[in-house]
Design a protein around this ligand. Sequence first.
Ligand SMILES: [Zn+2]
Ligand SMILES: [Zn+2]
Length: 200
Amino acid sequence: MPTHLIATDSVDATAAVSRIGGQPLLAGTAWPRCSGCGEPLGFLAQVDLAALGDPTLTDAWAVLFSCDRFGGCAAVSQGKGTLALVVSKAGASPATEPPSSGTAPKPLRVFPEGPIALAARASSVEVPLGGGDEETGHRVVGSVGAVTEWMQDPVEASCPSCGAEMRVAFQLDEAWGMTTATYTFVCSPCRQAVLVVQPY
Ligand SMILES: [Zn+2]
Ligand SMILES: [Zn+2]
């Protein structure tokens, strides 16, 4: 029984909670740029890694970015243009997106902005991703600790630091509307994360 990610009502754009959209909490790092087009990446979501139950990661956020220029950035179609950061909560503060160069297409923000609440479903509910949560009426937008559904062929991820196979931290849908699922992998010892995006 996976732990679901459930979207609740609106929250402040800088709130220190798991949420889709708003401003990312970063600690001492510059706003990341796309490895393909060089423009500032778009912020998708941040998720409290304490949800994993791994004591080495309870003090950190996973902060997810992608190149906003969907369809306009070659990196995205090549499977790049995405980034997952493991950010220590201590000292993290809201970051503001820098202006783009003006030569690239205007950024698209098609994902809904709202918080994510973590809810372990103790009962035998089987809520499909994107479906409603019967108890609260909130939408299930993902799962923690396991992949519930691959949109394309299953993939694995190797840690960019140590090379070991990474564990699935969470699956998050709706970060780009209903057209894309994102899979975040982590390596706890290295505090590294990798974001894999699969279109429906
Ligand atoms: Zn790009
Ligand atoms: Zn590693």
